[in-house]
Design a binder for this molecule. Sequence first.
Ligand code: SAH
Length: 222
Amino acid sequence: MNPAIPLDSYRHKGLRKLLIQNLRKKGILEEQVLAAMEKVPRHFFFDSSFLEYAYEDNPFPIGAGQTISQPYTVAFQTQLLQIKKGEKILEIGTGSGYQACILAVLGAKVFTIERQKSLFDKTNKFLPSLGFSSVKTFYGDGYKGLPAFAPYDKMIVTAAAPFIPDPLLDQLKPEGILVIPLGAHDVQTMTTLRKLSDGSFERQEHGAFRFVPMLENRSKGI
Ligand code: SAH
């Protein structure tokens, strides 16, 4: 057994089931999304001293001033993406890597960018050790997207974006969907943009959420 992988006990599995019931009550109805969240042990993405918080429906600090998103938010954004097997997805804001693993369980080919070097270093080693070597992690600035692997079927931004970065729109396939929490202040509006075949965008808003800010440029290797 790999000592780096924490245990997934019956207690954790039980707590996860309760979390899924809770998400259902809060209006998450896509069974595939709920099944993926029941499969991935969220406590693996926490420091071992905080395991008891892993199945509460709350965000939680993961170091470098960042947080793992609230389970409801992960479920909500994932639902909006309407993932189909084999789709190429770009995530901005790897953080703990949890959201990226949920997308991978749904059959997506995930490319994910993180600007904090310490978080990138951690997920770059940790995700393969959990069996998620298909998730490709990058240290970079999500405002620029990831042109080397473009275009993408779908994109998800998991930090509060003050505006929609043009490179993301450029790197989206026709009929592609971008899910992005928009707003420069405390509260953001969850927004989807669908790229139409003529290159224009159809925009929809889905309510208020709170994210840590999307910051420009990579952090300086710390
Ligand atoms: N999806 C994550 C949630 C992370 S919180 C998870 O499942 O745990 C948002 C993350 O976005 C933070 O780690 C933050 O460092 C990162 N971030 C902020 N601005 C960024 C940018 N311009 N490019 C890439 N990552 C960014």
